[in-house]
Design a protein around this ligand. Structure first.
Ligand SMILES: [Zn+2]
Length: 955
């Protein structure tokens, strides 16, 4: 059977749309509010984008079948500058971008023409992405859709940002930001090539030395080492600049002069001086000490100021550079000795010397210096104490002293901040290299506030994070976050209500918008106009602040409408699950948490975050330059939405990067086709009395239900899907072997029942084809609206599972013997254990081993300690074999054996072995118990029988 995927998928999509199944209003069921980060429409979706949405859709569909009233909405994020830059590049006729639009995404020429207007780009891709989402079968309530520049949403953002300001979360100040010098705008992840968030290190400082009329600034991460300085390093091959900086004159590298011009300083280059001219002269430090300047090739003009301070007692690199100069007989260097200022347990007076010698550092180019530096810096920071050379800071621990010394130097104008880009170079989408800019008197979200961070940590502690191991990454981001510019001067978005020159930036207007989904349908259907959405309205509806009469009088809405909207918000909020890609942990997802705790009461804080890895294509990152981008809609047309969904899900577990390849799509198509074929054949016939293998396969189906349910709840979707489609097949093929051997014709009802479970569970993963299978099975209604199969313990036949395992392993053992001996059997005889003592010992061992114990010594000790089994010490070989038998069984089977009553192995095997044995091996199989009087046992094999492990004779 070859499936016409597009035809089947269209058929079922239309059915869903007709039945309005995914349009969700409050009702009396429990709710789940599942959201996923809305897309930014500046390019069409490729297969990689499909991952997060597909995972969230499976989640939503699963909970709907579990009986929840699930709200799964979608919006489109227009805010920001990317479409502006894109429009400019298109207008300039840039070949790369136009080629991409034409050749990869096949955008019609007449649409490309309109792309000189940024909004046209966003509108075009908005529709494109939305169509793709519909074609993928995402169960979205489209009545709630919005873009972030519609007036209703803008009212909401104005309220959000005003509320944050009133709560003191937005401050005006001077803080460093990542900045595009060409666009004159702050940059964040959305604005950079490769989507990198510019990371600013604001713990880097500049310390000023005097050099005649000039200032010699050097940068350091360790201001406390100012007391141990012995010399400065300058590069003799660099031409330095004499620069007027506000009302001081500095000597710095050209690169540094450029950097500080973004620090809100007046910078004018007035002249030059060669590095070689500085070398050998002296600068003075904060207390007037003369500091010689020595030559160093390793000083890069692009690092800091192009000048470096030397603390040879505590900086391994400085120590080694000094030693190298001394070895060359440099006169000035030979007079210099390290000045130790930090005492650290485990180290002597000159720690840098010790660690260089310990690691065997050869000279200043030695790679081991990195390791030495890292180790010593950390050790001195955590355990070190400042000594008497540090004046009033004597005896301070380094970790506290550092900040005190920094503040003291700053007060005396010896130190300034010199923030740097930790992950430089970062490039803006316009191509320019980003710099650090200190923005003065601008609007910042005060993410550096410790009390705010603490609230966010509380929220994270109580939240379910999937996968759980990423929680620490969230904590690190919260620790590291500091003030963040929340407004821009360019781009699409909402104006700051109190300062209309500024626009709320894209990572600040996308943090609590999930709340707006609960209201947007009223704006979309015209019940409410944007101008009705006043501050008092939002305060009352979202925060339960103020009162109805105030909300009604300012909004001019009826109390009834306000009440309905408030009820809707109260019903759906908080967010039960937020889905997003891993790259958004460091910004969006953390801001989502921070803003919720800032604005809402605890009961409205988000409950769960689900984070997934990205998608690779045949092992490589998807990128235009690699030419390996597959547009999602093209893939759907060629292969069907369900095969694409399953290929995405089955390629990786949640946090792993998924490696997508087209071969897997074909494999999945074939699998689905054969399952559909089977569903078409099965009839819901009445089930007659259950035979052993029926009870077994029905138990296995219960097992499947329980495993898949747990996997989906924990978002281990790959595992769940694999269980439904593949793992269960081996059980089914054993079942088929059994019924064929018995020539049974009465199993359609059983297979019908089992496949109904499977199809229902497949429905969230592959919703279209599951509906088709459901229909073929003759089920009424939609699979997506059916109830998720419930695990029921009453339908698990513990004895049947064990007896069937016994039968399987016996057949396997016989087959193995035949394979090894290569004989054609004339006669096969099976001996089952009937010795009561061996049984007692077996059960005792089972008891000991449940839970993981499999040490022979321990088992033996416990057997001897029990008077009922103490004689087991005479049969160590038997015990060893039983341990081995049980060790190879699953914990689940062991548990089951322990809990259920024993069964008669001889009776079962006599009844069941003959049919399948004859079919498999062509001869009748005789079954004896060890104690039978008429036993045929010419080789004395019977005494080797163990419970669940019959002895076998083949002639
Ligand atoms: Zn730029």
């Amino acid at each position: 059977m070859t499936i016409n995927w597009n035809e089947i998928e269209t058929k079922w999509r239309n059915r869903w749309i007709e039945s309005k199944d995914f349009e969700t209003n409050p009702n009396d069921k429990p709710k789940k509010f599942i959201t996923v980060a809305y897309p930014y429409p500046n390019s069409p979706q490729h297969i990689g984008h499909g991952r997060t949405y597909t995972l969230a859709d499976v989640h939503a569909r699963f909970y709907r079948m579990k009986g929840y009233n699930v709200l799964f909405p979608m919006g489109f994020h227009y805010t920001g500058t990317p479409v502006l830059g894109m429009a400019r590049r298109i207008q300039a006729g840039e070949k790369e971008i136009l080629d991409g639009l034409r050749n990869i995404y096949h955008v019609p020429e007449e649409d490309i023409k309109t792309f000189v207007e940024p909004i046209k780009i966003a509108d075009y891709f908005h529709e494109e992405i939305k169509s793709g989402m519909i074609e993928m079968g995402y169960s979205i309530d489209w009545r709630r859709e919005f873009t972030t520049i519609v007036p209703g949403y803008q009212r909401f953002i104005e309220w959000q940002i005003t509320t944050l300001k009133e709560k003191g979360r937005i401050i005006q100040g001077s803080h460093p930001v990542g900045w595009c010098p060409d666009d004159q705008n702050p940059v964040s992840q959305h604005d950079t090539m490769g989507d990198v968030e510019p990371k600013i290190d604001d713990k880097n400082f500049l310390i000023k030395f005097k050099f005649g009329d000039f200032i010699f600034p050097v940068t350091t991460l360790r201001p406390e080492t100012i007391f141990g300085i012995t010399n400065l390093w300058a590069n003799p091959n660099v031409t330095y600049k004499k620069v007027a900086v506000d009302n001081e004159k500095w000597i710095v590298s050209e690169e540094c002069a450029k950097k500080i011009s973004f620090f809100e300083k007046q910078v004018t280059v007035e002249g030059e001086i060669d590095g070689s001219e500085i070398i050998g002269k002296y600068a003075t430090n904060h207390d007037g000490r003369e500091i010689p300047i020595l030559p160093a090739d390793f000083v890069e003009p692009s690092m800091g100021t192009g000048l470096v301070m030397s603390v040879p007692a505590h900086a391994p690199k400085d120590y080694q550079a000094l030693m190298d100069l001394k070895a060359k007989g440099h006169e000035l260097a030979s007079k210099i000795e390290p000045i130790p200022i930090i005492a650290t347990e485990g180290y002597g007076t000159i720690p840098a010397k010790e660690i260089c010698e310990k690691l065997g550092v050869s000279d200043q180019t030695d790679q081991k210096l990195e390791e030495a530096t890292k180790e010593l810096y950390l050790k001195e920071f955590t355990d070190g104490k400042l000594n008497e050379k540090c004046d009033k800071f004597n005896n301070e621990k380094v970790q506290f002293g550092r900040d005190k010394i920094r503040a003291w130097l700053q007060e005396n104008n010896h130190l300034e901040k010199f923030p740097v880009l930790e992950n430089a170079p970062v490039h803006c989408r316009c191509g320019a290299e980003c710099v650090v800019k200190i923005l003065n008197n601008q609007w910042f979200l005060n993410y550096g506030d410790e009390e705010w961070k603490e609230l966010a940590r509380t929220c994270l502690d109580e939240m379910n994070i999937l996968p759980n191991n990423i929680k620490t990454e969230f904590k690190e981001v919260i620790d590291w976050l500091h003030e963040r510019a929340c407004a821009r001067q360019q781009g699409l978005g909402t104006k700051l209500p109190w300062d209309k020159d500024w626009i709320v930036e894209s990572l600040s207007d996308s943090v609590i918008y999930m709340a707006y989904y609960t209201l947007s349908r009223f704006v979309n259907d015209g019940t409410v106009q944007p101008e009705n959405l006043t501050k008092e309205f939002f305060d009352y509806v979202l925060l339960d602040k103020g009162d109805m009469s105030l909300a009604a009088s300012t909004s001019k809405l009826s109390e009834e409408v306000i009440n309905t909207m408030k009820k809707e918000f109260t019903y759906f909020y908080p967010v039960d699950s937020r889905h997003s890609g891993r790259d958004l942990v460091q910004n969006h997802l953390s801001f989502f948490v921070l803003n919720h705790v800032a604005i809402f009461d605890k009961k409205l804080w988000p409950k769960e975050i689900v984070v997934n890895g990205s998608v690779m294509m045949d092992g490589a990152k998807m990128s235009k330059s690699m030419g390996n981008i597959i547009p999602l809609r093209a893939a759907i047309r060629d292969h069907g939405a369900d095969p694409i969904r399953l290929a995405i899900i089955s390629s990786a577990e949640l946090l792993q990067d998924a490696d997508f390849n087209m071969e897997s799509v074909t494999g999945i198509q074939n699998k689905l086709e054969s399952l559909l074929e089977e569903c078409s054949r099965l009839k819901n016939e009445p089930i007659s009395e259950l035979q052993a293998e029926d009870k077994w396969i029905l138990s296995k189906a219960q097992n499947l239900i329980s495993q898949v349910t747990e996997a989906v709840e924990k978002m281990r979707l790959r595992e769940g899907l694999h269980d439904i489609l593949f793992s269960f097949e081996s059980d089914l093929s054993w079942y088929n072997k059994r019924i064929q051997a018995k020539e049974r014709k009465d199993v359609s009802g059983i297979l019908y029942k089992i496949n109904s479970f499977r199809v229902a569970m497949l429905s969230p993963f592959a919703p279209h084809i599951a509906e088709e299978m459901w229909e073929k099975l003759g089920q009424t209604g939609l699979a997506s609206k059916s109830q998720w199969p419930e695990y029921s313990k009453e339908n698990v036949y513990a004895t049947s599972i064990q007896s069937e395992e016994l039968l399987k392993s016996t057949i396997n053992d016989i087959a193995n013997i035949l394979k090894v001996t290569k004989i054609t059997p004339q006669k096969i005889v099976i001996y089952v254990n009937s010795d009561e003592f061996k049984k007692t010992v077996y059960r005792k061992i089972l008891e000991i081993m449940v839970g993981g114990q499999n040490n022979m010594g321990v088992v033996m000790k416990e057997l001897i300690a029990d008077p009922k089994t103490t004689d087991a010490k005479k049969m160590p070989e038997y015990i060893q074999k039983v341990i081995k038998d049980l060790h190879s069984e699953s914990e689940e089977i062991k548990q089951m054996k322990l809990e259920s009553a024993e069964f008669d192995e001889k009776k079962f095997l006599s009844a069941e072995l003959s049919s399948i044995g004859k079919k498999e091996f062509g001869v009748e199989i005789q079954v004896y118990s060890e104690a039978d009087d008429d036993i045929y046992d010419p080789k004395g094999k019977a005494r080797h029988a163990r419970p669940f492990k019959p002895a076998i004779l083949i002639e």
